[in-house]
Design a protein around this ligand. Sequence first.
Ligand code: MLT
Length: 260
Amino acid sequence: MMGNRIVKLYYQECGTGLPVIFLHGFLLDHTIWHPLIPYIEQHARLIMPDLRGHGRSPAIHGIYAMEEMAHDVINLMDDLQVEKAILAGHSMGGYISLAFAHAFPQRLAGIALIASHAAADTLERRHGRYQTANIVRKEGLLSLAKDMAAQLSSSPENQAQLFAKISQTARQGAIGSLIGMAERFEALPWLSEIIVPSLLVRGSVDELVPIERFQEILNILPHTHVVEIPGVGHMPMMEAPQPLAEALQDLIIRVGDQPE
Ligand code: MLT
């Protein structure tokens, strides 16, 4: 049953103010947010976990449903006595943020989707994830790491860092996440339930999240702020931390202005 296999997440935190929980994407870890810290730590309490199966958090067996990953986040909030938080989810972290918004609306103060979207996988994409999971099961992550790092960022320096993170991820973390993402639900049907301030950020040359995915969200949540960062790919927190921090700061102010 969902929520029975809660995992205690490793996390790092800094800053003071409204809590913002940063959820990294597939095969990454909390360190992707480090370039953002100097621009934002004076404005908020930044809580940066490693998702299950990633970084220093435990890699349990089985499928990592987005809803279960959202339960891990609630568990972390309970441990830290955080009643409500803004969730800033990058890519897969965005899928988890949306699952969280659906399951725990009373614990959500605001939501930012960074290089992420609300659609489910196409059949083709789902099939590709199962194939990739089989390759990882047999060969580990090395063969995947180079291609994926190149897809995430065009900067050689970022690619080297990303390659190191991806290739160090536990096989089980990769497999559980791949199948969890393949089986995730489309969030568009219930998106109108989101009544807290929201933000969408994408790099203009992100190959993984086309601009149409943002339009689908805007059709349902027209008050969402949208920021497109020119010349940036799938990793705005590494490639353009200052504009991303400014967009997040605006979200933090909008959340602070909400009536209790
Ligand atoms: C991610 O960066 O988390 C993944 O690219 C998301 C996905 O594969 O859908």
